[in-house]
Design a protein. Structure first.
Length: 194
């Protein structure tokens, strides 16, 4: 993927990597110091249920053993970000993955792991910021995601970010709502907001 050289006003290089400012959040590269939060979130049954994921069954030292390797392994089809509040509190993670240059698309994922920060607009802020970053910095035409049909909060959040439903998927006993946003929609939305 040829990332565009153009930089937006809200994007800056930092000694610790990239920092992308949203309205009330900052997206930044993942770091080893996130391991404790990530472990707590991946071993939380409620978060696993909402994410249709298995609860992680590893001790923290076992988890930490692979964490840095996994974090720094180069992978051009995905990128992971920590979500911080402006005062530097790590409240969640978001990412794109499955980047397909030929099709011009990638999948987006998000989790606000700290439930004290649910329903306060942080998810909408993080997704809006990541979508803008992807469309500004790449030539991708479409970003898509899936979430459980039962997760109405997530669907409302994505809808507020401009995603629209395009189908359903039944997999492994789960029913997912599929949502997408096309570059054209995003451009119209951005124009309307400016
Ligand atoms: C899903 C998630 C990213 C959303 O982020 P968030 O910061 O909580 O969401 P926001 O506050 O930006 O937006 C949520 C919207 O859903 C609404 N909402 C909350 N519960 C709802 C429900 N049961 N039904 C309908 N709408 C609901 C909120 O009122 C808000 O809309 P409003 O701003 O118009 O009032 C976050 O809650 C999260 O990560 N949760 C835990 C893990 C999870 O769900 N994982 C799956 C993600 S695909």
């Amino acid at each position: 993927m040829n990332w565009k050289q153009e930089r937006t006003h809200s994007l800056s290089e930092h000694p610790e990597g990239i920092m992308i400012a949203g309205k009330n959040i900052i997206l930044r590269d993942k770091r080893v110091a996130d391991a404790q939060d990530d472990y707590a979130w991946q071993t939380d049954p409620e978060l696993a249920r909402l994410d249709a994921a298995p609860v992680l069954i590893l001790s923290f030292p076992q988890y930490l053993g692979n964490y840095a390797d996994e974090l720094y392994r180069s992978n051009s089809t995905r990128r992971r970000f920590g979500i911080d509040t402006p005062d530097g509190k790590h409240i969640g993670n978001c990412s794109y993955y499955g980047l397909n240059e030929a099709k011009g698309e990638a999948e987006l994922g998000i989790m606000i792991g700290n439930c004290d920060y649910w329903n306060k607009g942080y998810g909408t802020d993080a997704v809006t910021t990541l979508v803008s970053y992807i469309f500004r910095q790449t030539n991708l035409k479409r970003i898509y995601l899936k979430t459980l049909e039962s997760n109405l909060r997530a669907q409302k959040c994505f809808q507020k970010c401009g995603f629209t439903p395009y189908g359903h998927l039944n997999r492994d006993g789960y029913s997912f709502a599929l949502m997408e946003i096309h570059r054209k929609q995003w451009e119209q939305q951005t124009k309307a907001e400016s």
